[in-house]
Design a protein around this ligand. Structure first.
Ligand code: FHN
Length: 432
């Protein structure tokens, strides 16, 4: 009995020791990448694939019950001749975006890049025969835009994944889980080693089978071994797990639980990002006219920054590779706003005071930016908790001074006589 107990204690020790030694500790390069990531604040999310041809979003195969073998025919005529990486990157830059996150493979399993590990890819299976992600990566590198790859863990078509299968002992029944994990590792190795400018991997689809063994320790370990600075995020809608470098929220500002995606998500200590669609769809949807206004997008971005999160705004390009004019017009206007007001967003951090009814505060070294998104009826706003010494309070747009009063509980900033900006009235507070 004593022998058995000793053995058990020994095993327990080994297990803990193993857990401790394998705990992820980010490198200095990775920590620097995290800071840079937070400085960028605004990114472009792109959902583009063979599904774009049906103009009904990226879930069309699943939603319309299209059998996989029929759906696959979409590849036979996917030929985005009008795709131009230069135009996309220039468009993102004009919008004030600092990085692009694009679908390399979505749930339909189609690889939008050249891969040796599946014939179902844009180079081998379509008449296009070119790799748009390579063109995009090269252009991003040239233009100083970061590139992140969205990568779906869920696959509706591969037999080794066996979509819909029950999970027993961490594996799908009648699938070949080891083969699927190996396949993903091989593809991720390609994405990380072949494409310049790649700085992040954005996983999605874990939520389809929470009980399977995803081998994230091995997958994340491999990615960080290939490039320790790569930022790994996983849209599993849960608190971050070991090995991840940022935490994302879907269609909600961090802390909000309005869409059902983030109900079980607490906010962790990693850099934050929230993603949202420019209309109501991720992939191109010809019938979706639910366009967000310039003001709504500015508010989303500013509200995210005030909560210390990046904003990843999605567009679904058309199947020919062009971006529809409703999106380009809106984003040109957002870009013009960022040109004037970007200093109050880029490089800032949030959560300086809790979000208020009138708006949020961002800050950078000695500067605070008070974003009044909804001008209150009373002639002042109050910044609770603020204790530092104030040197100046000015309107960012024209530099005019504003009256304020500091009390032990915070600061009153007087908003009467203030010319309100319809999008965001920004007040700059210089502190000592
Ligand atoms: O199912 C996907 C969806 O198609 C899209 O990619 C979004 C982006 O956040 N994520 C998934 C749902 O969580």
């Amino acid at each position: 009995m004593i022998k058995r107990l000793t053995l058990f204690v020994l095993l327990l020790y080994c297990f803990n020791a193993n857990a401790q030694t394998t705990k992820y500790s980010p490198t200095a390069d990775n920590l620097a990448a995290r800071e840079n990531f937070q400085d960028m604040k605004f990114g472009m999310f792109i959902h583009w694939g063979i599904y774009s041809q049906l103009g009904a979003g990226e879930w069309v195969m699943h939603d319309k019950n299209i059998p996989y073998n029929n759906y696959k025919r979409l590849a036979d005529f996917f030929n985005p001749q009008a795709f131009n990486a230069k135009e996309w990157v220039a468009f993102a830059k004009r919008a004030g975006m600092k990085y692009i996150t694009i679908t390399s493979r979505h749930h339909d399993g189609f690889s939008m890049f050249a891969t040796k590990f599946s014939p179902y890819n844009i180079v081998d299976a379509t008449p296009y025969h070119k790799d748009p992600l390579m063109e995009l990566a090269q252009e991003c590198q040239k233009e100083g835009i970061e590139l992140h790859f969205y990568y779906s863990l869920l696959d509706w078509g591969r037999p080794d994944y066996n979509f819909g299968s029950p999970i027993v002992n961490g594996k799908p029944v009648n699938g070949d889980w080891d083969s699927y994990i190996k396949f993903m590792k091989d593809q991720l190795t390609e994405l990380i080693t072949k494409y310049p400018a790649v700085k992040g991997i954005w996983f999605d689809g874990e939520w389809e089978r929470h009980s399977v063994n995803w081998h994230f320790d091995e997958i994340y370990g491999l990615i960080h071994k290939l490039n320790p600075a790569i930022m790994i995020g996983n849209n599993h809608h849960l608190a971050p797990i070991d090995g991840e470098d940022f935490q994302m929220f879907e269609k909600d500002l961090p802390g909000n639980k309005t869409t059902g995606f983030n109900n079980e998500q607490s906010i962790g200590a990693l850099p934050l990002e929230t993603c949202e669609t420019i209309n109501g769809s991720w992939g191109f949807n010809i019938n979706d006219r639910n366009y967000k206004s310039v003001k709504q997008i500015i508010h989303y971005l500013v509200n995210a920054a005030g909560r210390n999160a990046n904003f990843l705004l999605n567009i679904g390009p058309m199947p020919n590779g062009k971006i529809q004019p409703e999106f380009t017009d809106t984003l040109a206007a957002v870009g013009a706003w960022m040109q004037k007001n970007g200093q109050s967003v880029y490089g800032t951090r949030g959560n300086i005071i809790p979000p208020q009814q009138w708006g949020v505060v961002t800050g950078k070294s000695k500067m605070l930016y008070v974003h009044i998104l909804d001008m209150p009826e009373q002639p002042y706003i109050f910044l609770p908790l603020f204790k530092g010494k104030i040197e100046k309070v000015r309107v960012l747009a024209d530099g005019s001074s504003i009256k304020y009063k500091q009390v032990p509980e915070g600061v009153f900033v007087y908003t009467n006589n203030l010319k309100a900006d319809p999008n965001d009235t920004i007040i700059q507070i210089t502190t000592d």
